[in-house]
Design a protein around this ligand. Structure first.
Ligand code: DAH
Length: 379
């Protein structure tokens, strides 16, 4: 039966939506049946005639009678309908003018895209007037996605997110993290210095931060203990780019300070985080290491989630873990009392509080997670 415009009495959103959708479905149906010029004219007039066309009736029956509160919304709906009708009328004409195509998208259940594909398959040609296949624009970068995942694991444990500047002073990047001036540990971080800083005292000189650890100090200066934070961010080092190095990369730092924080807390927290990130069957393993700002310090490994810890993938050696069955993921340790000394006045008396810290490279983790073998592909 031909569609007639109903008189609206119920102006609730649901009723309006239902009325609009019935109208549009009738429009699509009728448009799809237009096969020649004369049918098209009838179709056009039925929907667009100034007097008594469907559009005119919609205007009279839906808009004029609409209560004040819904006038705006009803107006928007009517505008949408008007656009759709105009498009359908124009489209119907183009369709019957292109005879090679199946004439109708008869079943309104079929999406425009399926219809187009179908038409293409049947005719071997394509109607270029049909709308194209819309592609969603962009996706999250794998490194950023990985960072979000890591941050959210810690947020669920009650950690907050802190951030700090990428251009940093020597004080925060080194001195307050217990790297004394001229200490050889500074050499392990090939720093990019900002030019023209020589006139300043060393601690004020600017550089590109080599790690996210300076935000530990910056946050402890601002917030009293207890503290639990994760710090995602960009860092720079003077490393020539190759498959596993990039002068800019990303780290995620963590810091927990409270009374009586122990190395056991560190191990438990990081073990949980690794299981949440890489799957509940991964094991963790800690080896002694050295960082100036933690004592004791450790490197943490996870059992290789690529080969399951066997070091082999079938007959092949497992490359990501270099056949060891273990992958190094992060550096960590108990906050060195010398670091607390720099923020002692803010409640961080090393005799009263203790804490652990950790830092990991997000790019490296993303490489492993997504099986990408060249960090340059991320830039
Ligand atoms: N900042 C270190 C680096 O970039 C990583 C690190 C090691 C951070 C131990 C920490 C930590 O917080 O406790 O190599």
């Amino acid at each position: 039966m031909a569609y007639t415009v109903p008189k609206l009495t119920d102006y609730s959103r649901a009723a309006l939506d239902r009325a609009v959708s019935e109208l549009l479905s009738a429009l699509g149906n009728e448009a799809s049946k237009v096969k020649d010029e004369s049918e098209w004219k009838t179709f056009r007039d039925r929907w667009m005639a100034r007097k008594n066309g469907v559009l005119a009736q919609v205007n009279d029956l839906w808009l004029k009678g609409a209560p004040k509160e819904v006038k705006r919304e009803a107006g928007q709906k009517v505008n949408l309908i008007k656009e759709q009708v105009e498009q359908a009328v124009a489209g119907a004409k183009i369709r019957y003018q292109i005879p090679i195509l199946p004439t109708a998208r008869v079943n309104s259940e079929i999406s425009e895209v399926d219809f187009q594909r179908d038409a293409f398959a049947k005719s071997g040609r394509v109607d270029i007037t049909l709308p194209g296949i819309r592609r969603p624009i962009g996706a999250e970068h794998p490194v950023i996605k990985t960072m979000h995942e890591i941050v959210s694991v810690f947020q669920k444990l009650g950690y907050s997110v802190a951030e700090g500047p990428v251009v940093e002073t020597d004080y925060y990047n080194f001195e307050a993290l217990n790297f004394p001036p001229n200490h050889p540990a500074r050499d392990t971080q090939d720093t990019l210095f900002i030019a023209g800083q020589q006139a300043k005292p060393q601690r004020e000189r600017l550089l590109l931060r080599t790690h996210t650890s300076p935000v530990q100090i910056r946050t402890m200066e601002k917030m009293h203990p207890p503290l639990r934070i994760v710090i995602p961010g960009q860092v720079h080092r003077n490393d020539p780019p190759d498959a596993s190095h990039s002068p800019m990369f990303h780290q995620i730092e963590g810091l927990a300070v409270d009374t009586n924080i122990t190395f056991g807390d560190l191990k438990g927290t990081l073990d949980h985080a690794m299981k949440a990130l890489f799957g509940s069957s991964v094991k963790t393993h800690f080896r002694p290491s050295f960082f100036p700002f933690t004592e004791p310090s450790a490197e943490m490994f996870v059992s290789c989630f690529i080969c399951g810890g066997s070091g082999r993938r079938g007959a092949e050696p497992c490359r990501p873990c270099k056949q060891t069955g273990w992958i190094e993921i992060l550096g960590c340790g108990m906050v060195d009392p010398n670091v607390f000394e720099f923020v002692k006045e803010n409640g961080y008396d090393p005799k009263k509080v203790s804490g652990f810290a950790f830092g990991m490279g997000a790019d490296r983790i993303a490489l492993l997670k997504y099986g990408v073998d060249d960090i340059q592909l991320f830039s």
